[in-house]
Design a protein around this ligand. Structure first.
Ligand SMILES: Cc1ncc(COP(=O)(O)O)c(C=O)c1O
Length: 435
């Protein structure tokens, strides 16, 4: 399919330096397997699965075919007071993968919507239990929970908050888990479990009976792969249990085996009360997100409503869109048929060894990693934070590699179909450019 691009001025690009981009555009016109192709015909290795969306590789014909078939059979169906079989089948399939009894699935269209939906479910759940005064939320410094107003309030990244007013009232942030003594540690660091006790301090400060939920990314992804210290998530779980606070894992990046098991909850042995999902749910081929909820939360909310009444006044026009469900089902089939879960788990050691070998480069000030995701920190430029990271990202692109950068941290998370030679190519380009 061709497009006539005569001007770039009309599109206001998201999270992009628009003026800089339009002066030196980076357009992608094709994706296949591990690679993209640029409008100049250059082949670009995908080191971040797009934006952590495409573990099965790009342009999978099985997904395209499933979406095409669905759109021909039925393009759209109103999701309120009506349904279609694909959404129920996908929910059922997802429930077989989720940890514990997180078996009730609410569909949305993005990670940001999943986060805001989880916030609203937390409010409504406590209200249904007669504890409507629980309207405070705990998040963390350096957290990323999407860009809707709820997620912006939870955000722990200054640039994502500063232009957008006071936001949701009642959000407090505990410390992030990056510690200097944990630099260059592969896997879970030893130090820092006690940082979870910040939640206990919030309980002491605000009173447990005002706190609805604690939101964390099990591995903080967008900020550069901050792996939780040993014992940290377990401690958060204990404190939440003690005080009736819901624990929400934002698994928008970590979900679907980025951590070596289906979800980070499995990898770290901690089952949350809710989980937000998106991205790899459809291999990025259709916009879709979901909130997986413990059965008891669903039952409480549903049982509290009068017979034949709507129990949760929330939903999107495109919740469980038929094309997205078809893409989700086709993606889950690929994961299963190609045993990509096992493949990702087996590839992790080679991948992490290769990325950690970059630590001899003087410009790299930290490397972190777990499963199939890693973070590298580049020493900031004197011109200010993020300048050098942006420059490195552009030069990597020119050298044939896509890596997502946040500030001066690069987040490396290749598709699970990667062969060893792709990993070698990836770190080879990073070494050459960063050197
Ligand atoms: C942990 C986390 N939550 C939420 C989001 C927001 O997802 P989306 O961009 O699909 O709205 C992201 C996106 O990167 C994320 O990493």
């Amino acid at each position: 399919m061709g497009f006539a691009v005569n001007t770039l001025e009309h599109q206001w690009m998201p999270f992009t330096a628009n003026r800089d981009f339009k002066a030196e555009p980076r357009l992608l016109v094709k994706g296949e397997g591990m690679y993209y192709w640029s409008h100049r015909g250059d082949k670009i290795l995908d080191g971040s699965s797009g934006l952590f969306c495409s573990p099965c590789g790009h342009a999978r014909p099985e997904i395209a075919e499933a979406v095409y078939q669905q759109l021909q059979a039925m393009d759209y169906c109103a999701p309120f007071q009506m349904g279609h079989p694909g959404a129920f089948e996908l929910a059922q399939r997802l429930a077989t993968l989720t940890p514990g009894d997180l078996n009730r699935i609410f569909f949305v269209n993005s990670g940001s919507e999943a986060v805001d939906t989880a916030l609203k479910i937390a409010y409504a759940y406590h209200r249904a239990r007669g504890e409507g005064q629980r309207n405070r939320f705990i998040s963390r410094e350096r957290a990323y929970h999407g860009v809707n107003l709820g997620g912006t309030a939870l955000s722990g990244l200054v640039k994502n908050r500063e232009a957008f007013g006071p936001g949701l009232a009642g959000v407090a942030h505990i410390r992030h888990t990056w510690l200097p003594e944990n630099r260059f540690v592969k896997g879970q660091p030893q130090h820092g479990a006690e940082l979870a006790d910040d939640l206990q301090r919030m309980v002491a400060l605000y009173g447990a009976d005002t706190i609805a939920a604690c939101f964390v990314e099990p591995i903080a992804g967008s900020t550069g792969t901050l792996v939780p210290p040993h014992g940290y998530l377990e401690r958060l779980r204990e404190i939440c249990d003690q005080y009736g606070i819901l624990l929400v894992f934002d698994e928008v990046i970590t979900g679907f085996v980025r951590t070596g098991k289906a979800f980070a909850g499995h990898s770290f042995g901690v089952v949350p009360d809710m989980m937000t999902l998106a991205k790899a749910l459809t291999n990025g081929a259709q916009p879709m997100g979901a909130v997986a909820v413990r059965e008891g939360i669903y039952d409480t909310l549903v049982d509290a409503a009068p017979e034949a009444a709507i129990e949760l006044f929330h939903g999107y026009t495109y919740s469980g869109h038929p094309a997205a469900c078809a893409a989700g089902l086709a993606t889950l089939e690929i994961y299963e048929r190609e045993r990509l879960f096992e493949r990702a788990a087996n590839l992790s050691a080679y991948f992490l060894d290769a990325v950690f070998a970059l630590q001899d480069l003087p410009a790299i000030t930290d490397v972190r990693g777990y499963g199939m995701m890693a973070g590298i920190d580049i020493a900031p430029d004197s011109a200010g934070p993020g300048k050098r990271g942006y420059e490195v990202q552009k030069r990597l692109y020119q050298a044939g590699l896509h890596i997502k950068f946040t500030g001066d941290s690069g987040i490396i998370a290749p598709p699970f179909i990667a062969e060893h030679h792709h990993i070698d190519e990836l770190v080879g380009i990073v070494r050459e450019v960063v050197s």
